[in-house]
Design a protein around this ligand. Structure first.
Ligand code: UD1
Ligand code: UDP
Length: 349
């Protein structure tokens, strides 16, 4: 089969890595990069860390308003699909790249696999929530990462298209963790070797776009009085640069490569984040996770006691972080050898 895999943002490269390795065995895979993320640290670095080959098409769309970005991607994606005539399109996650791929392929009747289907935050202030709902409802094969996601798809009448595969990020993490712990020098580079540190990431629109909200979060985290390593997402950097603020305990760095980042997660005392993927990695790696959001798509990690939701507008973020303790045990929520399961389904299409 000729398969077009559509990616554009950092977490999609990470999801693609494990699946692409399997698809390449039996299919002609065409990798299309929309260009949604384009900084070296957000794109090329992740490709090279994960050994993903260069995309066959780089659409160079870049940043823009939702409609502009999505519309430009759709036009360019349609052209690739009309030229290359794939039998299947694979889309990942819930970004504008996902939405553009879903709309462009479904309108010209190309069957779609949606990897990471069935997630809902029930918060429509997140652009991702709209993207997910549409992607799920126009796709033909819904690869649900968890039992909960499969249940959500069933409730939305999508049971017949659903395959409970587990979460693809499990495979990328397990394929790379050992190497990361052997080769990454990140704790040395950050001068945190053998020291306790928290690892922080923030990029959700509602946490970072308003400087007052972002500064309040960082001011509060600074008062934790513990070292916090903060690889800053470009969206967040844009805002911080304009504040002229600095924090005593928070050490800002560029976004890390994937290998360095998973090593940093492994060695961290706890992880504080609003990222979707990082909540999962924290759970898999057994690091306590504080999610600075009022809700999460990864509710199982909260129910298991490993992820604490903290509303970033409260004034006692530090107390909540300090008093959070995780249980001794954790179940396997996200599955294993996920890419093989996905490949079996795709091979049978
Ligand atoms: C996007 C996804 C989000 C995902 C995140 C992963 C959407 C709507 N959002 O959010 O679901 O969790 O990626 O990281 O698709 N920028 C740069 N350089 C880059 C990329 C972005 O400077 O390489 C800056 C630009 O100013 C841009 C802003 O970051 O306007 C936001 O980028 P965008 O891709 O629109 O959204 P993200 O916040 O990255
Ligand atoms: N990540 C990375 N470097 C960083 C921060 C994150 O490689 O500096 C990886 C992380 O290991 C995870 C993914 O990026 O696999 C999460 O992506 P992100 O937080 O950008 O998006 P989300 O998962 O929220 O959509």
């Amino acid at each position: 089969m000729r398969i077009v895999s559509i990616v554009g943002a950092r977490p999609q490269f990470i999801k693609l890595a494990a699946l692409s390795a399997k698809l390449a065995v039996s299919h002609e895979e065409i990798i299309v990069h929309t260009g949604q993320h384009y900084d070296y640290s957000m794109s090329e670095r992740i490709f090279s860390d994960l050994g993903i080959r260069n995309p066959d098409y780089h659409l160079g769309v870049g940043s823009g308003s939702h409609a502009t970005q999505t519309g430009e991607m759709m036009k360019a994606l349609e052209e690739v699909m009309l030229t290359r005539k794939p039998q299947l399109v694979v889309i990942f996650g819930d970004t504008n790249t996902t939405l553009a791929g879903a709309l462009a392929a479904s309108k010209i009747n190309i069957p779609i696999v949606h990897v990471e289907a069935g997630l809902r935050s029930y918060n429509r202030n997140m652009p991702e929530e709209i993207n997910r709902i549409i992607a799920d409802h126009v796709s033909d094969y819904l690869f649900a990462p968890t039992q909960n996601a499969a249940g959500i798809l069933k409730n939305e009448g999508l049971e017949d298209k659903t395959h409970l595969t587990g979460d693809i990020m499990v495979d990328t993490l397990s394929n790379n963790l050992q190497v990361a712990l052997e080769i990454s020098q990140i704790t040395k580079e950050l001068e945190v070797e053998g020291r306790d540190f928290n690892l922080l990431t923030l990029h959700r629109n509602y946490n970072v776009d308003n400087p007052e909200i972002l500064v309040n979060i960082l001011d509060q985290l600074d008062r934790l009085g513990e070292l916090i390593i903060f690889p800053v997402h470009p969206r967040t950097k844009k805002i911080i640069e304009n504040t002229e603020m600095s924090w005593e305990n928070i050490s800002l760095t560029e976004p890390l490569g994937y290998i360095d980042f998973i090593a940093a997660e492994h060695y961290s005392k706890r992880i504080i984040t609003d990222s979707g993927g990082i909540q999962k990695e924290a759970f898999i790696l057994g690091r306590p996770c504080i999610t600075l959001r009022t809700e999460t798509e990864w509710i199982e990690t909260v129910e298991a006691g490993w992820n604490l939701l903290v509303d970033p507008s409260v004034s006692d973020i530090c107390d909540r972080i300090r008093s959070f303790e995780v249980p001794d045990v954790k179940e396997n929520i996200f599955g294993e050898d996920v890419s093989s399961k996905m490949a079996v389904i795709i091979n049978s299409i």
